[in-house]
Write a protein that binds this ligand. Sequence first.
Ligand SMILES: Nc1ncnc2c1ncn2[C@@H]1O[C@H](COP(=O)(O)OP(=O)(O)OP(=O)(O)O)[C@@H](O)[C@H]1O
Ligand SMILES: [Mg+2]
Length: 238
Amino acid sequence: MKLEGICKNFEEVNVLHDCNLTVADKEITCILGPSGCGKSTLLNIMAGIIKPDEGSVKEDKKKVGYVFQEDRLLPWKTVYENIRIVNKKTSDSNIRNLIDIVGLKHFENKYPAQLSGGMRQRCSIARAFNFESELLLMDEPFKSLDYDLRINMVKSLIDIWHKWNNSIVFVTHEIDEAILLGNKIVILTKNPCTVETIININTPQHLRNLEDRELVGIRTKIIKVLSKDKKVNTYKSA
Ligand SMILES: Nc1ncnc2c1ncn2[C@@H]1O[C@H](COP(=O)(O)OP(=O)(O)OP(=O)(O)O)[C@@H](O)[C@H]1O
Ligand SMILES: [Mg+2]
């Protein structure tokens, strides 16, 4: 997918300005950026849910999955049914395996109202995995999860991505998630939102360790770009 010169205004406000971005085939593209800068808006444009005011989206993917920032489960369906509904051809054992992967074993017959926010989010992730899209858009999918769950979900996502060989666009505020997952990390600015920096990571995901010198260097670079401040690791004002 190729986004060229994307601009989007909401009323008088210019939210996205001249955004250019290529989502490479079979890669994970992570998007980082300040709160409210326009990340979800950009994903909605990629999904075709909203139209840009200017620019073009060149798309070659037919089947697009979307894990929204808020879970969008059907309240009258159970966990099992919510996952099954997007791909009724999936076997019972495959659905149970996905439920296991997202840590919802023993909750398959519960309704969304009986789950915590993080559990609902994990149910939406399992549903997206079951959809088996060519392009999967994920908007802060792990935001309500504790550290252990996040790390497990990152590993599961890498495993599933290896199996499918699909493309993923993953929006997050967690720098370490982006470093562990991304082939490419796209950093956005705010007011207006545009692509500030793109960082490529060549080390295969399953060989990455956050303590590796290369990845430590990438984290420092990301913090500098996000804070627009050369003094990293300090809260002192300039
Ligand atoms: N439908 C809409 N109508 C008017 N303004 C909107 C609409 N959708 C988004 N906005 C505005 O566009 C800007 C970007 O919103 P968006 O949800 O894309 O940000 P975000 O980067 O995803 O934020 P967050 O990190 O909090 O999820 C915000 O200022 C928001 O108020
Ligand atoms: Mg958002």
